[in-house]
Design a protein around this ligand. Structure first.
Ligand code: CTP
Length: 402
């Protein structure tokens, strides 16, 4: 389950044109089960109405140090929060927070907390690039504050440049990461996703029914758990927040992308890689004029998961997937042994609601020591976290010396 569910998140909003995006951040947090406490600076109220936050967040907006009856409200919010996020954060907020200057409820809350803090700056490019602002960012980062960098794009007044508030989905992914036990911190996780496409000619391909949903869910989970994540994907889909995506199409391209990053600490081959491809596809489209129906001759692709398994370095974890329609666990175990994997995720793609294109899955994790762990029908993100639970446990278990 996402760490956002049940978390108490103070959402600080300061005065910038991007303040309207904080409404979307609030909505996404509430949808994920978080309890959102909105705190607006005086400046923020010039850009967004408190009524909107009152309606969409979990509590009424608070702004002042003086509008509560309790004698210590300025520390209470910070003490009870599981996470504090400021989106957008102005240059002034960064300076105040860096200096630990508390002159309103939001800055007082930031100073009076031990909870993780996520700061999402947004400002004009010139301000963002100012040495003083960058210095404040560096200091806050060094103190352990998560800074969600602004993105390039259109700014207030029509300027184009760096300084636009990060997308709400990105901000929420960083809040989730701040709330999650970082059991993959310091690790590089390489994941493949989607079905490969093998060219018949320049316009036609042979592919399979994989949509990449399980691979993307794995990438999201790995980022939340603190990893550096690379996703080698055949799928045309928005990159998960914080994840480097390498776009590929064919099995050969996927092989090149994966083998170039073979040093990753954990490799999970969730992609449905073609086993066969057309031999020597022509450069020109095959025309139907002439009458003859073309014959497509196939050749085997190279199974590079075998290479990964056989070239495994100490401390590395290699995980495969086995999409099966019968004798699921036995077939998967055979592949695990042949490919010398640490774990294989056995997937009965013929069962209802599981496998290709579904939002849910049911799998059995098969480990090299012969043990298995069944994960019942669940959303693919829950399956992804169960896979990482298994991997983390496996990595914590000392391997018997040969
Ligand atoms: N795989 C790979 N390269 C290939 C084919 C498969 O790296 N050319 C990987 C897949 O990403 C998956 C695992 O091998 O993690 C098992 O793939 P699967 O197609 O289920 O098994 P195969 O070994 O190809 O056996 P079969 O298709 O006969 O069931």
């Amino acid at each position: 389950m996402s760490a956002l569910a049940g978390a108490r998140v103070v959402l600080g909003v300061t005065g910038g044109i991007a303040a309207y995006k904080a409404i979307e951040v609030s909505r996404r947090l509430v949808d994920a089960g978080a309890h959102v406490v909105p705190v607006l600076s005086e400046g923020a109220e010039r850009f967004v109405g408190r009524v909107t936050f009152d309606a969409l967040a979990s509590e009424k907006v608070q702004t002042s140090l003086w509008d509560e009856t309790s004698p210590i409200p300025h520390t209470r919010l910070g003490q009870t929060a599981d996470c504090i996020v400021v989106a957008p954060a102005t240059a002034r907020l960064l300076a105040d927070y860096r200096m630990a200057r508390s002159d309103d409820l939001l800055t007082a809350t930031l100073i009076a907390t031990r909870a993780p803090v996520v700061v999402c700056p947004a400002m004009h490019t010139e301000m963002w690039e100012n040495a003083g602002v960058q210095d404040n960012i560096d200091v806050l980062r060094d103190r352990g504050v998560t800074i969600v960098d602004p993105e390039p794009g259109r700014l207030a007044g029509g300027d184009i440049g760096h300084g636009r508030l990060a997308a709400p989905a990105t901000i929420v992914a960083h809040i989730e990461r701040a709330l999650t036990t970082p059991d993959l911190a310091g690790l590089h996780v390489l994941i493949t996703a989607g079905g490969t496409k093998e060219a018949i000619d320049p316009v036609r391909v042979i592919s399979n029914r994989s949509t990449g949903k399980q691979g993307y869910a794995l990438a999201e989970a790995a980022f939340a758990r603190g990893a550096t994540v690379t996703l080698v994907s055949t799928v045309d889909r928005e990159a998960p927040a914080g994840v480097e995506v390498v776009a590929v199409e064919s099995a050969a391209e996927m092989q090149d992308a994966v083998m170039a990053r073979q040093s990753a600490d954990i490799v999970i081959m969730a992609a449905a890689v073609a086993d066969f491809r057309p031999v020597d596809p022509p450069d020109q489209k095959i025309k139907k004029t002439g009458g003859a129906v073309p014959e497509i001759v196939l050749e085997k692709t190279h199974d590079f998961l075998v290479d990964l398994g056989h070239q495994k370095r100490p401390g590395q974890t290699i995980v495969g997937f086995a999409a099966e329609t019968s004798d699921v666990v036995d077939n998967a175990r055979g592949k695990l042994e042949r490919k010398q994997l640490d774990c294989i995720v056995a997937n009965d793609v013929s069962a209802p609601e599981t496998g290709f294109a579904h939002d849910t899955n049911a799998v059995t994790l098969v480990f090299a020591d012969g043990s298995t762990r069944a994960v019942a029908l669940s959303p693919k993100r829950v399956i992804a976290d169960a896979i990482f639970d298994g991997i983390v446990q496996l990595r914590a278990t000392p391997t018997p010396s040969a």
